[in-house]
Design a protein around this ligand. Structure first.
Ligand code: FAD
Length: 452
């Protein structure tokens, strides 16, 4: 008998329960990926993520070839393509990872109906894209946790399944048509320093992180210039690394750094469990605050381009464009600047992030934006981050700012965070804008708007 394994956000061979189940139960397996036209139509297929995805698919294909198999790549409607491949291969089962996103839920439902009509069984496997599945831990009085800390308490007590090794051999039937896996060549508009995708790269990064990064994570994760976070987020988004395996390996590493890191992985699961039961939170306020957001196209443009006149905000926005990634502290303070200081709708910022982030992810991006905007799960929804205070705390020497804002490269030390305070001639020599907004004014406008 033959099984099809549909890869989606789980582009790896290690710790892959659907692939393992298919191999255990079948003589031959068809590992397949569909370049889904609905994802492109929804505006989600942006150059940075397409490039990372191409790396992932090529790496998955070569990993399968080393084991005697190959990846079957198709384009079009995902349900139609899976049904076609199942028919060509005369498969009796299709295996798929569970995914709580609204689109993935619809995809699963459509797939189930179409396969049932064709007499093919669909197996949906849990704990592939999250460490703890959405819905596994719920409070007594509600269908999900709306506050992270109690969620984390329950999450931490869950027993995780063991991580699986990669298969030795994968036998794929002959004669199943496939496209070449896509490549980066021909993609334009990529960030110049975009990370490389693929399981091989992800595993190398993870090993290096466990050896020499995780230990200092608790102390250094907020240090903007130190860049001391794992940068594993795109690998988690595309599933080249398994969250279950990551939690196990981090816990084995042990220590306060590992504990703090595991806590961040739980945030990822937390956001997914919110979105699983409140799918509308991808675009609608999770907690309505009746904000009267401003439309301020020129200020939004200055924010997008990194010329707000607040050096740390501009540095982070330029990092985003240059790398397709931004440090978490940068994400927090740039999002606060847009939604509170400029009082612009969080959806405007979330869209810009999704256009560029290589780890851009509906659950993590939209719910973190809502968290910062105070329409989400933050228990202090009206706090406003002051970018100057933040800069002095998290970039005390100004190195991060000088790295990303070359116009300020000659301003030494923390003075770089407040160029408006430089002596007249020094200030005049800088080709750098004046602040587009007064911080106190922005803060009051936000608090007034929120009350009214
Ligand atoms: P590390 O600090 O090494 O953390 C390890 C992993 O934990 C991350 O890879 C990520 O999977 C998870 N994680 C860490 N922080 C969070 C968090 N706050 N929420 C959920 N998961 C987290 N993360 C995304 O993966 N995709 C997004 O689109 C995204 N958009 C964001 C938008 C805003 C406005 C904010 C404030 C945060 C956003 N984050 C997003 C969360 C966080 O900033 C990134 O996950 C993190 O910066 C990635 O870098 P890292 O892998 O080095 O993280």
């Amino acid at each position: 008998n033959v099984s099809v394994v549909l890869f989606t956000s789980d582009l790896r061979l290690h710790d892959h329960p659907p692939l393992r189940a298919a191999l255990d139960g079948s003589r031959q397996v068809v590992p397949m990926f569909v370049r889904d036209r609905a994802v492109a139509a929804a505006g989600f297929a942006v150059p940075n993520r397409l490039a990372f995805l191409a790396d992932c698919l090529r790496d998955l294909d070569s990993g399968l070839r080393e084991r005697g198999g190959r990846l079957v790549v198709r384009s079009g409607d995902v349900v139609e393509e899976v049904c076609k491949v199942a028919a060509e291969a005369e498969a009796d089962e299709v295996h798929l990872a569970a995914d709580a996103g609204a689109y993935a839920q619809r995809r699963e439902e459509r797939l189930r109906r179409a396969l049932e009509a064709a007499g093919v069984r669909l197996h949906v496997h849990e704990t592939v894209t999250t460490a703890v599945d959405p819905g596994r831990v719920t409070p007594a009085s509600s269908d999900h946790f709306s506050v992270f800390t109690p969620y984390f308490g329950h999450w931490s007590r869950q027993r995780l399944r063991d991580a699986l090794t990669a298969p030795q051999t994968v036998r794929v039937p002959d004669g199943i048509g496939s496209e070449e896996p896509p490549s980066r060549a021909g993609l334009s508009g990529l960030s110049p320093e975009l990370a490389t995708g693929g399981e091989t790269e992800g595993r190398a990064r993870l090993t290096a992180w466990l050896r020499s990064g995780i230990e200092a994570y608790e102390d250094r994760h907020d240090d903007l210039a130190g860049d001391a976070t794992s940068r594993l987020s795109p690998h988690l988004h595309f599933g080249t690394l398994s969250p279950v395996e990551l939690v196990h390996r981090a816990r084995r590493a042990g220590g306060p750094g590992a504990e703090a890191f595991v806590r961040q992985l739980a945030w990822r699961d937390f956001n997914r469990q919110v979105l699983a039961v409140r799918p509308a939170a991808a675009s609608v306020d999770y907690r309505a605050r009746h904000d009267s957001w401003r439309s301020a196209p020129d200020e939004v443009e200055a924010w997008r381009e990194g010329r707000t006149g607040y050096p740390v905000v501009d540095a982070a926005m330029r990092q985003l464009r240059h790398e397709g990634w931004m440090h978490n502290r940068g994400r927090l303070l740039t999002a606060s600047f847009l939604t509170k200081t400029l009082y612009v709708d969080w959806r405007v910022g979330a869209r810009h992030f999704l256009d560029l982030l290589v780890d851009g992810d509906v659950a993590n991006n939209q719910l973190n934006w809502q968290w910062v905007a105070g329409t989400g799960t933050d228990t202090r929804p009206n706090r406003v981050l002051n970018p100057v205070t933040q800069a002095k705390r998290y970039d005390p020497e100004g190195e991060y700012v000088r790295r990303w804002v070359p116009e300020l490269a000659d301003v030494a030390g923390p003075a770089v965070h407040e160029p408006w305070k430089l002596p007249g001639l020094d200030r005049a020599a800088l080709d750098y804008p004046e602040p587009i907004v007064e911080l106190a004014e922005g803060r009051e406008r936000f608090l007034r708007g929120r009350k009214s």
